[in-house]
Write a protein that binds this ligand. Structure first.
Ligand code: AMP
Length: 449
């Protein structure tokens, strides 16, 4: 069974409890998004579900609202942990997405007596134990850390009634399949499973085959399409000029929030440092930053304390920033699907947005793959770095210079890259797909960054 269209309906016709509707109303939602309108009735009916929806479509509420409704009979004032077993498990690929999903669960359940918590790697496992020990109905987790807790006997999954796989495509990209399979063995066979994914690759279909029983398929967006309310453009720029072009763009448009994507942690760190030094308040989030640093950077960005956030694909997963007007692809991603994810950061929930890709000649192959996936061609507009006359270094104000290949004034740029102790590579997960010729990848990696 497959549905592609959603009738215009109000939340009130969805058979949700007034406690849930009240929270939805307080969030200012007036009507369900298409994925919500399609998914909610099936989830309420207890069906397994395979939903194709990108971040920004309202997918979190699409599974959380009916989940809360289904768990409502288990709401309890009891302080006893035994009365609060884990009844719903939501798996997410990254810490950021897990945190964000749990925040949504808290928001939508704020008038209900249901408990939730989130567990993810990169922080002390002991700090997560007390909440688990008290008992929670809804657990949001990244797969690896969930298994750590299982091993430490901090939780039991034998009463899980609903399993939700959020951004399942990304979980597979990140190599979580073995963890997912192990988790599956710990869950009751009799349960409801919901799978959300931005793309429906053959691997996802295989995963669905293993995890779901007779699922209904719903689709908010057409297969592998980018949000239609995002204006997309391509500027041809030499790699060496990208930073100046980017700084020029940011200044010319006066935008207060720009999310910039690079492929590697090193590129993200360097670009953020350079922009910040040139007077554009910038920070970076990538896999070498501690969880605390990432949360701080994200909060500063949301609060408008920094104008630019430079991110790698993995670190940016699940970021939900309201009204983000501009996304810049400083480097194109290795996989075309990641382009769809990246630009899904803008134009969320119906707002309009813009995505600009700065493309060097060497990235033409990656651009063509994106065009193939989206079934459209982008006009290639040449861009030149703004020619700002350069003051002598000692007198130079805090602006972006237009000069090429000048020696960096900051010693930091001269130091070899120093990843955090737990990191051995500067390339973020997921690695480039295996079908890409090695040579091309090596050429891209051995660039300036
Ligand atoms: P998501 O796709 O779950 O990441 O949600 C993207 C954004 O849409 C979030 O900021 C939600 O708060 C918002 N949102 C979710 N559902 C609705 C709705 N029915 N109406 C308006 N905004 C919504």
């Amino acid at each position: 069974m497959k549905e592609t269209t959603a009738a215009k309906i109000g939340f009130s016709s969805l058979n949700l409890d007034p406690q849930i509707l009240r929270a939805v109303e307080e969030e200012g939602y007036t009507e369900p998004t298409p994925i919500q309108a399609q998914a909610i009735p099936h989830v309420l009916a207890g069906r397994d579900l395979m939903a194709m929806a990108q971040t920004g479509t309202g997918k979190t509420a699409a599974f959380t609202l009916p989940l809360l409704q289904r768990l409502l009979p288990h709401a309890s004032t009891s302080a006893s942990p035994a009365r609060h077993p884990i009844r719903a498990l939501i798996l997410a690929p990254t810490r950021e997405l897990a945190i964000q999903v749990e925040k949504s669960v808290e928001t939508y359940s704020r008038h209900m007596l249901l408990r939730s918590t989130v567990v993810f790697g990169g922080v002390d496992i002991k700090s997560q134990k007390p909440a688990l020990m008290k008992g929670v109905e809804i657990l949001v987790a990244t797969p690896g850390r969930l298994l750590d807790h299982v091993e430490s006997k901090n939780l039991m999954l034998n009463q899980v009634q609903v399993l939700i796989l959020d951004e399942a495509d990304r979980m597979l990209d990140m190599g979580f399949m073995p963890d997912l399979k192990r988790i599956l063995t710990l869950l009751p066979k009799q349960r409801q499973t919901l799978l959300f994914s931005a793309t429906f690759s053959d691997d996802i279909k295989k995963l669905a085959h293993d995890f779901l029983v007779g699922p209904v398929t719903v689709e908010a967006e057409r297969r592998n399409t980018a949000a239609e309310n995002v204006k997309q453009s391509v500027l041809l720029v030499d790699q060496d000029d990208k930073q100046d072009v980017l700084a020029g763009l940011i200044r010319a448009r006066g935008v207060s929030q720009v999310l910039v994507f690079t492929r590697t942690k090193l590129a993200a760190a360097r670009l953020a440092r350079s922009l910040d030094r040139s007077g554009i308040p910038t920070d970076a989030i990538h896999g070498d930053k501690s969880q605390l640093e990432r949360i701080k950077a994200l909060d500063a960005f949301k609060e408008g304390k920094i104008a630019v956030l430079v991110a790698t694909d993995v670190a940016a997963r699940g970021l939900d920033i309201d009204q983000l007007p501009l996304v810049v692809n400083y480097e194109l991603p290795y996989t075309a699907e990641d382009y769809v994810h990246r630009i899904g950061r803008t134009g969320r929930a119906g707002a309009s947005g813009e995505a600009i890709s700065l493309v060097d000649g060497k990235e033409d192959r990656l651009l063509k793959e994106i065009e193939k996936l989206l079934k459209r061609e982008f006009p290639r507009a040449p861009a030149t770095a703004p020619s700002v006359p350069r003051a002598p270094r000692s007198h130079r104000p805090a602006t972006v210079s237009s000069g090429k290949k000048h020696a960096p004034a900051d010693d930091w740029f001269l130091k070899p890259y120093e990843p955090a102790a737990d990191s051995t590579t500067t390339v973020e997960q997921p690695p480039p797909p295996k079908d890409k010729p090695k040579k091309q990848v090596a050429a891209l990696l051995s660039g300036k960054r």
